[in-house]
Design a protein around this ligand. Structure first.
Ligand SMILES: [Fe+2]
Ligand SMILES: [Fe+2]
Length: 223
C-alpha cells in the first residue's frame, strides 16, 4: 500500500535533520550565510504561501513546502551541483516505491532550483524558486567583521526586510525589500548588480504561475 508523503515526516526525518545541520556547520566555517533550518523553513513557508494565495491545491502546497524545505541539503556534500545532490539525497532517503510518483515531482523541483536560464518545470518548482530566491534576510549573515565579507554578503546584510505579497486578482507576486542604504555604503544599484539573475529567475517562476513579478525596493517600484 502506498504512503502519503507529508511535510511533518520530512521535517522530523533524522537523516534530513542531520544533512541540514552539517550543511550549516560547513557554511559557518566558510563564512557563508545561514543555510540550515532557518533558510529551509522560511523558504518553505513562502513557497507554500505563494501557491495557497493563488488557489493551488492543498497537495501541491504541501509538495512545494517539502521540496523547498530540503532543496539545499546537497550542500552538505558540496556547494557545487548541490541542486542535483540534494535531489539524489532525497531519493535515497525516501522510498519512491512506497510513496509513488509524487516523489519524482519533488525531486525534479529540487534538482532544477539553480537552473536560472530555464523556466521552472512545474508549479511546485516555481514556488520553490520564489521561496528560495526571495529569502534575503540580513539575519542570515553571520560574519561579524564587515570588512571581511564579500559584496554579495554585504548586500544581504543591508536587506533589513524582505516580504512576498501575492495578489490573486491582479495575478501579481510582489517582492518588497527594505535596504539600509546607509549600511557600509550599499546602494540599490549594488542590489541589482548582485541579484539581477536571481530576480530574472523569480520573474520566470512567477510567469510559470501565470503571474507578473513586481519588485519594490524601499517602496520604489523597479520591476
Ligand atoms: Fe540552492
Ligand atoms: Fe537555498
Amino acid at each position: 500500500m502506498s504512503k502519503i508523503l507529508t511535510f511533518e515526516e520530512i521535517r522530523n526525518n533524522p537523516e534530513i535533520q542531520t544533512y541540514l545541520e552539517f550543511t550549516d556547520k560547513a557554511f559557518a566555517v566558510m563564512g557563508y550565510k545561514e543555510h540550515g533550518q532557518g533558510h529551509a523553513l522560511r523558504s518553505a513557508m513562502t513557497a507554500e504561501n505563494v501557491l495557497k494565495s493563488l488557489g493551488y491545491s492543498v497537495r501541491e502546497q504541501e509538495l512545494a513546502k517539502i521540496a523547498t524545505y530540503i532543496h539545499d541539503i546537497g550542500n552538505m556534500v558540496s556547494i557545487h551541483s548541490h541542486d542535483q545532490s540534494s535531489a539524489v539525497m532525497f531519493l535515497n532517503v525516501i522510498d519512491e516505491v512506497l510513496y509513488g510518483d509524487e516523489v519524482f515531482a519533488v525531486a525534479t523541483a529540487i534538482g532544477g532550483h539553480e537552473d536560472k536560464n530555464i523556466n521552472p518545470v512545474s508549479s511546485i518548482a516555481a514556488a520553490l524558486v520564489l521561496g528560495d530566491k526571495t529569502d534575503v534576510r540580513c539575519e542570515r549573515i553571520r560574519t561579524k567583521d564587515m570588512f571581511l565579507i564579500d559584496k554579495y554578503s554585504l548586500v544581504i546584510a543591508a536587506c533589513r526586510k524582505a516580504e512576498v505579497v501575492v495578489n490573486k486578482k491582479k495575478l501579481t507576486i510582489k517582492l518588497k525589500i527594505d535596504i539600509d542604504t546607509s549600511f557600509c555604503s550599499v546602494s540599490v544599484m549594488d542590489y541589482f548588480e548582485i541579484f539581477m539573475s536571481r530576480m530574472i529567475y523569480c520573474k520566470r517562476a512567477a510567469n510559470v504561475l501565470k503571474c507578473n513579478l513586481e519588485l519594490y525596493i524601499n517602496k520604489d517600484k523597479f520591476l
